[in-house]
Ligand binder design. Sequence first.
Ligand code: CP
Ligand code: NVA
Length: 306
Amino acid sequence: MLKGKGLISVFDLSRAEVESLLETTFLMKRLYLSGALPAPLRGKRIALLLEKPSTRTRFSFESAVISLGGYPIVAGERELQLSRGESVEDTAKVLGRYVHGIGARVLKHETLVRLNSNSGVPVLNLLSDVEHPLQALSDLMTIREHFGSFPKIAFVGDGQDNVLLSLMGLVAKLGLQLNVASPRELRPSESVLSRVEEESERSDAVVEFFEDPYQAVSGVKVVYTDVWVSMGKESESERRKSLLRPFSVTSDLMAYASTDAVFMHCLPAVRGEEVEGAVLDGPRSIVWTQAENKLYGSMAALALII
Ligand code: CP
Ligand code: NVA
């Protein structure tokens, strides 16, 4: 099903493919923790291209390749001839002759599309300015692991966030419920809204938009946020911070969620901005398990795709 296909956007996945990725993430966690992981990547080399910094995704993805018997080859942008003007197409054609798959974190989403259509090997999106599919997949696994089902989620903050877009896509594919609270100026674009709406109609998902974070989190079991200034958006820093100030996830805001609500964040976090330190480091936070599960999500994607 997924074998040999790139994973660039969650919107390209079928519902069955999303379900298979989630089930395989659970399976990988069980196999890893019982010391029974198979080695489906034995003899396979995977390139990791990083145009932006990464801690969790880089280490989880690289660890996943090694744990499944493969060999990762990591390169930052400055180490590649790309930085001296070689085209993405030429880079892709050459890499495809050496490796069996490419994981890439890119400045521009379009670079992923160009890598995928020219390399002849599957390309996995390790974060772009538009989406963060592997993050959202392992996050949904974390939610189901915690609750045993998928309760309603509230995302509070930047409505144009890459993690949010992947979460919205998956929620819409799977027929789940999501409230999004963001300033009107940072709402998702019309084209994103119509894609989410179209998918939701098919699946009976409910994705609702709010300007009042208190209304959005009222009674929900998962409160999710991400940074106000994503990588590459530094020039908009002051404007974003002032628009997003009322959307900080504080203890006061968490009190409006369900009594058993959890707090999630893809990390890295800025305590005192999008989340109060007491929430991130408090008993309702599941961010460390969320980060751990990225390892199993990467294993699942690699095992199914490569
Ligand atoms: N959540 C996440 O992708 O973290 P990194 O930027 O550290 O990889
Ligand atoms: N939205 C954040 C996610 C980091 C994992 C960014 O793009 O910087």
